[in-house]
Design a protein around this ligand. Structure first.
Ligand code: PGA
Length: 252
């Protein structure tokens, strides 16, 4: 049984005060041996969130990270800075980074490698646009995004990593993939990894993201290859995030 994994991606939302309120709202959450819970606040608030969650075992993630170690990269932050601030890992290849900040598969793979080298957790996000889905290219697109890491770093690079399937058309739109649509892609992604290493493929957590909320999460978590959720908008509402974590527990 793979440990369920749930993360809240706060994106570019929140200020000290609203973060405090949200953290108080989820203060009943504690880490457990059975499920992993993470939050990914904006970088200026890492320390606030790390301190507030201290001793609770809930991990803090960055929403992206530089592939470079240090130097003249204005506006960026490194894996060393994550470690220094108590941040456990980072999302890489989120579709907003790919689309709005022109991150290519090669750059995303380099960020993944930088996290692995530092012993931090990469959360690799893959997903197709609506046009790609309608053109029947879903599996080709998500496989290409995954293979950019697998072919350059091997299946062992996925030890401890998480793969997130996030159809671009479902992110922030209120349109969730049906459990069956998501399951079909998750199973295909697992098969891509299995072609490299069947054991690692079986162990890899593949989580779904895209308009996940308390009301639709149970159907998704009922699927054999959906091991958790990467939650955007609903993670900003304490009751929603609590309910999604609760549903992950019930998956066990
Ligand atoms: P959403 O975002 O839950 O608001 O659709 C998910 C994500 O982008 O990770």
């Amino acid at each position: 049984m793979r440990r369920p994994w749930v993360a809240g991606n706060w994106k570019m939302n929140g200020l000290h005060q609203t973060n405090d309120e949200l953290l108080k709202g989820i203060s009943s959450l504690a880490a457990e041996s059975e499920i992993d819970i993470c939050v990914a606040p904006p970088a200026p608030y890492w320390m606030q969130v790390v301190e507030a969650l201290e001793g609770r075992g809930i991990k803090v993630l960055a929403q992206t990270v530089s592939e470079h170690a240090s130097g003249a990269y204005t506006g960026e932050w490194s894996v060393g800075m994550l470690q220094d601030c108590g941040v456990s890992g980072a999302l890489v290849g989120h579709s907003e980074r790919r689309q709005l900040f022109a991150e290519t598969d090669v750059v995303v793979a380099a960020k993944f490698a930088a996290l692995k080298q530092a012993g931090l957790q990469p959360v690799l996000c893959v997903g197709e646009t609506l046009e790609e889905r309608q053109a029947g290219e879903t599996l080709a697109v998500v496989s290409r995004q995954l293979l950019a890491v697998l072919e350059s770093q091997g299946a062992d690079a996925f030890d401890g990593a998480v793969l997130a399937y996030e159809p671009v058309w479902a992110i922030g739109t209120g349109l969730t993939a049906t459990p069956e649509q998501a399951q079909a892609v998750h199973a295909s992604l697992r098969a891509v990894v299995a072609a490299f290493d069947a054991v690692r493929a079986e162990q890899l957590r593949i989580v779904y993201g895209g308009s996940v909320k308390a009301a639709n999460v149970a159907g998704l978590f009922a699927m054999a290859d959906i091991d958790g959720a990467l939650v955007g908008g609903a993670s900003l509402i304490a009751q929603e995030f609590l309910a999604i974590c609760q549903a992950a527990r019930q998956r066990l």
